[in-house]
Ligand binder design. Sequence first.
Ligand SMILES: [Zn+2]
Length: 277
Amino acid sequence: MTWHVPPELLVDYDTGRLDPARVMAVEAHLARCSACRSAVPADEAWLDRNWNAVLEVVDSPRRNPVEWLFARLGLPEHRARLLAATPALRWSWLTATVAVLAFAVLAAHLAEGGWPMMAFLLVAPVLPVLAVATAYGPQVDPMHEITATTPTAGPGLVLWRAATVLVVSLGLGTVASMFLPPVGWLALAWLLPALCLCLGSLALATVLPLQVAAGGLVTAWLVAVVALLDRSGDPYPAPAVRHLFEPVAQSGFLVAAVCAAAVLIMRRRRLDVGEPR
Ligand SMILES: [Zn+2]
């Protein structure tokens, strides 16, 4: 090496009087030249303090509230951390879900004729499916690269996350139903369709990618609803759509949910998690 940092430049560097471009040039040289490095006086105490501060942050990451709750429920730390990183359990998602439900409840109170009430029952089953569909996979989870390198990644984690977001979103929906106008049991008539769509998506995900399966079922649900609307042909189509929530249809949803659960249990190792195999 023929060039070395002139002593006066090193003094300027050490006292912080150099512009950023020259700081980078000096540091590029210092990284490769031990002679110049040893000419820069080191403040050992300062280095120790800073290194300890860095170690403290790296070694003791803070738990977010969701992770803390999972830990209190007795889940092991690694599982709590992977579950807390589920997209649908982040504040942005939870806030969006609460906002959609709040608007649906508000609409049910403001409008007449029962149609907005039906709108709540039709939208409420879709929210948990969206949460389940985005629970895992490179297309939907910004943290996926990190998640995929953990030993518990794969179908097992998909099911853990799906079950968790299902409990959370069904819980939020149930709380929202309590604020609906008094309609008796009908306020909870969206629960079985929601369960059926979620379990159906997961069962279908043993042959298709999860997001494709969920998208297909949500589309089928909305198409069925629109078909019922068309047939009624009146401005307040609640009576026609109401069929979806009557005992016959509800029993159908229950049977379908049980079948989907059975398929899922038998084929759980074949869940398509959206990763190359
Ligand atoms: Zn040098």
